[in-house]
Design a protein around this ligand. Structure first.
Ligand code: UDP
Ligand code: MN
Length: 242
């Protein structure tokens, strides 16, 4: 059987949230052997997300953990606690030999279906280009003779792994055999979440290039504009499900 793809999606309450989750679920429903781990940045599992997932038609796990307020400042890494909660869940709910592939799927990105075909064969850690990130049309791993030898990027080129969260997948075995590999708050600089995590589990020379030796963009770091609600009434009797 195909290994299950576990997509980890941190998400938080805002006007566009249900629209984002709708776009994502419409993609994910078309992916075979898929399990969605949705982690709300919240004290509770909200009604909105609970109902949404129950009707999504997808196999899912619904977790929640609130980001401490001191970490909710601009320039600070986002969704650290949520991604770690998902890694904890994976570790407590799997046996050592279970097969799977783990992928970090932020709620505002755009995912092609081919991306999931590519990541499915991840043996340890695989990588591929990401569109619309790093101040360029794309960032990508540079590949020579089937190995990653460097990074094409316009931003912080000295990052050990100059790659966005959407640019890699990890075999579940690697998550299970490195039980202490987590995303860091302490000592973590902006843009270093991916490098800080990846260096705990792999080396650049061991990365598995996907998407035709990293020459195809199959995922885009799109960002949704904040909704304009300036004409929203303060009070409303209108009972619409949004
Ligand atoms: N996120 C979150 N809490 C926040 C901000 C963001 O859980 O306070 C989630 C968000 O829904 C997304 C991920 O963290 O899935 C990355 O956030 P965002 O897309 O805003 O980051 P960027 O596009 O700047 O990398
Ligand atoms: Mn984003």
């Amino acid at each position: 059987a195909l290994p299950v793809i576990y997509a980890i999606t941190p998400t938080y309450s805002r006007a566009v949230q249900k629209a984002e989750l709708t776009r994502l679920s419409n993609t994910f429903r078309q992916v075979p052997r898929f399990h969605w781990i949705v982690v709300e940045d919240s004290n509770i599992r909200t009604e909105l997300v609970s109902r949404f997932l129950a009707h999504s038609g997808l196999p899912y796990t619904h977790l929640h953990v609130l980001t401490p307020r001191r970490y909710k400042r601009s320039g600070m890494p986002r969704a650290t606690e949520q991604r770690n909660a998902a890694l904890d869940w994976l570790r407590t709910h799997h046996k050592p030999r279970d097969s799977g592939v783990v992928f970090f799927a932020d709620d505002d990105n755009t995912y092609s279906l081919e991306l999931f075909d590519e990541m499915r064969s991840t043996r340890q850690v695989s990588v591929w280009p990401v569109g619309l990130v790093g101040g360029r049309r794309y960032e990508r791993p540079m590949v020579e003779k089937g190995r990653v030898v460097g990074w094409y990027t316009g931003w912080k080129a000295d990052r050990p792994f100059a790659i966005d969260m959407a640019g890699f997948a990890v075999n579940l075995q690697v998550v299970l055999t490195n039980p202490r590999a987590l995303f860091k708050r302490r000592g973590s600089l902006p843009g270093m979440q991916e490098s800080d995590f990846l260096k705990q589990i792999t080396e650049v020379g061991e990365l598995e290039p996907k998407a035709h030796n990293c020459t195809r963009v199959l995922v885009w770091h799109t960002r949704t504009e904040k909704a304009n609600l300036e004409n929203e009434p303060r009070q409303t009797q209108d009972s619409v499900v949004i």
